[in-house]
Design a protein around this ligand. Structure first.
Ligand SMILES: Nc1nc2c(c(=O)[nH]1)N[C@H]1C(S)=C(S)[C@@H](COP(=O)(O)OP(=O)(O)OC[C@H]3O[C@@H](n4cnc5c(=O)[nH]c(N)nc54)[C@H](O)[C@@H]3O)O[C@H]1N2
Ligand SMILES: Nc1nc2c(c(=O)[nH]1)N[C@H]1C(S)=C(S)[C@@H](COP(=O)(O)OP(=O)(O)OC[C@H]3O[C@@H](n4cnc5c(=O)[nH]c(N)nc54)[C@H](O)[C@@H]3O)O[C@H]1N2
Ligand code: SF4
Ligand SMILES: [Mo]
Length: 792
């Protein structure tokens, strides 16, 4: 008979296992976490997914790391010979090695790497890891930015000067039309899925662009079944219809974008006042005035009804007469090549659906949009993200209620240590020379660049890595090269809840807590004004497993060991929180006393680009101060100034010779039951999805003698991986959709693990190369790659 429960507590909390950060009520009985349920009073608490509901299985999993370990056998040995060590020994060894390498070779030879906060509780600590890395002096940190973030945060910096759409978030509560592009929040962000269902109930239109009819695509008013990797052409096609029909916000484009600015046909540069007359020191951009029939300086935010958006004009410059055209004229001509019929041919989306969707966007404004993995993991990610961003600019809905909104933030002190790293040190960020406008410009390193630095010493040798979670061998392409790189490191530390295959190659593994065993400070929950106003210090619900410490504690402990205590409040995390929270008026003590969090009242104002300060409108944070259709920044670096469509680099059009051997197109998606390469060891989840699956159309299966449930081998020019066939009539017969992240066993169910490399591997990502990548960002085509499939 089980013991009667002595002590039962319900505590307001939130699940930190993924980006959704769902508001939750935790039940703790006799010191054990027993359940997690949705907390509808929380702005992200309408529902929990099953991963959250089975959180106790994660907390009490028998395979959790409980003690610091060091390896005693060489890397690559079948048994690393893990030996338990004390925290003191671990921290001393790490600090001695890091200081030695930094003294001898420079701090940049130590690279940091973190699991993505979208798929882990690293959101608690990632800013502190960044502070530690910068205080240590290294410019190098990987966080999967080239696979997860470029297309929705950084690419549109070149158009809008802001992180559209993931920083300037969709205002789903007020949207008239919701556009989800390669994004399926039913799986990936429950808080957005529930908000979308509510929006649909009150009449909002929903457009989903996805090769699969899954999740919200099933409820969409328009489901555009795009062929993987052809999203850019679809965006240009939709823009073409909107321009042709006049379905765009003329006033916004004239006043707040560089659409009316003149471009010289001879140099392809924007026409400046100084091009027209000597002594004109003004660098003003010029537009064509329909009123006076002459070029005039573009006035910032002025009433610009007379600015021409189309046409071609002879302008007398200091170099003689030059034909100039407004940016919008050139843009319209690019879009005009993408007629509905042409786009149908490229993307597979019916021409009539393209016209209907363009109309829907215009008529049901305001449009709120979000794009994610379907768009980001592509060899043409930058062009596609910019094309979609500019399509969005046509609506004029930027920072309007119901569009994509710069929600206000609770004021806090920035603790990420930007000031610790010199400009000279930043210049050394891996990838900076190869892709000067890519993630490296913003302090992010791509895994391929880290591997090159470790193995080829290009541009210098990286000798050590500190990994806060992450699973490079499963999560990133070219697992074989990843294996060689991790093996070649002189010193490698991995901090994790579990011993994953990447951690197996570390010298020291440190145990970290799950988010239920540690506090976590969340300042704003992102998805709405109300969510942004909530500050919550998640309570430690139960004792940490073994000697596990929270990531933030490990950061502070390491900092002190490295002699950086002055920059880390002498190791006092509470003092650090106090400093961070100071401008908000909150304290850790007040938050601890209010587990459900405290709201700091915020007021959303809209169209903040119009706000006037010192007589000048704020505008956009771009070189011209406007939304940049035409980017001289990109042009100056050899990239096209306006986005155009580029075929997927490992695709049938770009490489027709591969078509006979690899006639299918491979994409992939995340699993609602698992986060990335995690959670296959949790019995309640594994029972529901015991094996890696690949989805294919019944016709494609029949042509290859494959039946539902057969083990098959997916083959690409780079490698192969196994999976069970699952038939999906709604897929394009040429498209197959796999899953990544399979390695972990679930002993409780006798469910096997899978090799990371080799004949029997199920590792999707070792069949994808890192050579043909997006030229601006290094984004890797995990979502559009030629392949074949055969029965095993
Ligand atoms: N359950 C669960 N939740 C998660 C995660 C998880 O692993 N599991 N991971 C977290 C992380 S790290 C992230 S980045 C987010 C990501 O969240 P999402 O971006 O929503 O993730 P996916 O479901 O992989 O991809 C979205 C859709 O893109 C589609 N797609 C595939 N190829 C293409 C293409 O070429 N074009 C277009 N337009 N669409 C395409 C897929 O069919 C899929 O439905 O989710 C986070 N949340
Ligand atoms: N084919 C394919 N590949 C993909 C993707 C895809 O959709 N398809 N998605 C890509 C995307 S969007 C991303 S973000 C990356 C994700 O790649 P990663 O960020 O490497 O994520 P995971 O593979 O889930 O590995 C996370 C590891 O961190 C550990 N961990 C979890 N929580 C914590 C924590 O709080 N602290 C610490 N220290 N460790 C923790 C987990 O136990 C696990 O071992 O994968 C990318 N790879
Ligand atoms: S979606 Fe699931 S895993 Fe993610 S935060 Fe919510 S409950 Fe946790
Ligand atoms: Mo991600």
């Amino acid at each position: 008979m089980s013991e009667p429960t002595q002590d039962r507590e319900e505590i307001s909390s939130f699940c930190a296992l993924c980006v959704s950060r769902c508001g939750a009520i935790a039940t703790v009985e006799d010191g054990r976490l027993t359940s997690l349920s949705a907390d509808p009073s929380h702005p992200t608490g309408q529902a929990l997914c099953i991963k959250g509901k089975v959180a106790p299985e994660l907390v009490y999993h028998p395979d959790r790391q409980e003690y610091p370990m060091k390896r005693t056998q060489p890397k690559g040995a079948a048994d690393p010979g893990w030996q338990r060590i004390s925290w003191d020994e671990a921290l001393c060894t790490i600090s001695d090695n890091l200081k030695r390498l930094s003294d001898q070779h420079g701090p940049e030879t130590v690279a940091f790497n973190t699991a993505s906060p979208s798929t882990s509780a690293m959101s608690d600590s990632v800013e502190w890891v960044r502070r530690l890395r910068r205080a240590f002096g290294s410019p190098n940190q990987s966080i999967s930015m080239e696979l997860c973030g470029w297309g929705r945060y950084l690419a549109n910096l070149y158009s809008f000067g802001s992180a559209l759409p993931a920083g300037v978030m969709p205002d789903l509560e007020n949207a008239g039309c919701i556009l989800f592009w390669g994004y399926n929040p039913t799986v990936s962000r429950i808080a957005h899925a529930t908000a979308t269902s509510a929006a649909k109930k009150r009449g909002a239109q929903l457009i989903v662009v996805d090769p699969r009819n899954a999740g919200l695509a099933r409820q969409a008013d328009a489901w555009l079944q795009v062929r993987p990797g052809t999203d850019g052409a679809l965006a240009l096609g939709l823009s073409n219809v909107m321009i042709r029909e006049g379905w765009f916000d003329h006033a916004f484009l004239r006043s707040w974008s560089n659409a009316p600015m003149l471009v010289r046909d001879d140099t392809k540069r924007m026409l400046r006042a100084s091009d027209l007359s000597v002594g004109k020191s003004s660098d003003s951009y010029m537009v064509w005035s329909e009123a006076t029939k002459e070029p005039v300086p573009c006035e910032h935010g002025a009433d610009t009804g007379s600015y021409a958006l189309s046409g071609s004009f002879e302008v007398t410059t200091l170099d003689g007469p030059v034909t100039c055209r407004p940016v919008f004229e050139i843009w319209s001509q690019i879009c005009a090549r993408y007629t509905p019929d042409t786009v149908e041919e490229i993307t597979g989306v019916a021409a009539s659906d393209i016209t209907r969707t363009a109309k829907m966007m215009w008529q049901s404004r305001p449009v709120a949009y979000m794009a994610w993995s379907g768009l980001e993991q592509q060899s043409n990610a930058t062009q596609s993200a910019r094309s979609i961003g500019l399509l969005y600019a046509l609506t004029g809905n930027y920072d309007t209620k119901g569009g994509n909104v710069e929600f206000p933030a609770v004021p806090t002190n920035n603790i990420q240590g930007d000031e610790f790293l010199s400009a000279a040190q930043r210049e050394k960020t891996l990838g900076r020379v190869k892709r000067p406008l890519g993630p490296a410009k913003y302090d992010f390193v791509a895994s391929a660049d880290a591997y090159d630095a470790i193995l080829d010493e290009k541009p210098y040798k990286v000798r050590a890595m500190i990994n806060f979670g992450s699973n490079l061998l499963l999560a990133h392409a070219d697992g074989a090269r990843g294996y060689e790189a991790l093996k070649a490191l002189e010193f490698n530390v991995h901090i994790d809840l579990f011993m994953n295959p990447s951690a197996e190659l570390a010298d020291i593994v440190l145990p970290t807590t799950s988010p239920f065993e540690s506090e976590g400070l969340k300042i704003g929950f992102e998805v709405s004004e109300d969510a942004c106003s909530l500050v919550q210090l998640r309570q430690q619900l139960v004792e940490a497993r073994g000697e596990a410490r929270s990531d933030i504690q490990i950061v502070f402990d390491l900092a002190c060991q490295l002699g950086l205590e002055d920059l880390f409040w002498d190791g006092d995390v509470d003092a650090a929180y106090r400093h961070q929270l100071l401008p908000s008026g909150l304290t850790p003590e007040a938050l601890r006393a209010t587990p459900e969090g405290i709201r700091v009242p915020l007021q959303t104002t809209y169209q903040k680009y119009q706000a006037v300060k010192d007589g000048v409108p704020r505008g956009f944070n771009t070189p011209s101060g406007k939304v940049e259709f035409y980017s001289e920044t990109l042009m100056d670096h050899g990239y096209p100034p306006l986005p155009d469509y580029e075929e997927p680099q490992v695709g049938h059009s770009a490489q027709p010779k591969l078509a006979a051997r690899y006639p299918l197109i491979l994409t992939c998606t995340k699993d609602s039951l698992y986060c990335e390469s995690q959670h296959r060891g949790l019995p309640s989840l594994r029972r529901r999805a015991p094996e890696p699956q690949v989805d294919m159309h019944p016709e494609a299966a029949e042509a290859r003698n494959i039946s539902a449930g057969d083990w098959v081998r997916i083959i690409t020019p780079k490698g192969h991986a196994r999976a069970r066939a699952r038939l999906d009539k709604s897929l394009d017969p040429k498209v197959i959709c796999g899953q990544h992240g399979w390695w972990q066993a679930c002993p409780e169910l006798d469910a096997p693990g899978y090799d990371v490399l080799g004949e029997n591997t199920a590792n999707f990502n070792q069949m994808i190369g890192q050579d043909a990548v997006d030229p601006v960002s290094g984004s890797v085509p995990l979502r559009a790659y030629v392949c074949e499939i055969e029965a095993l």
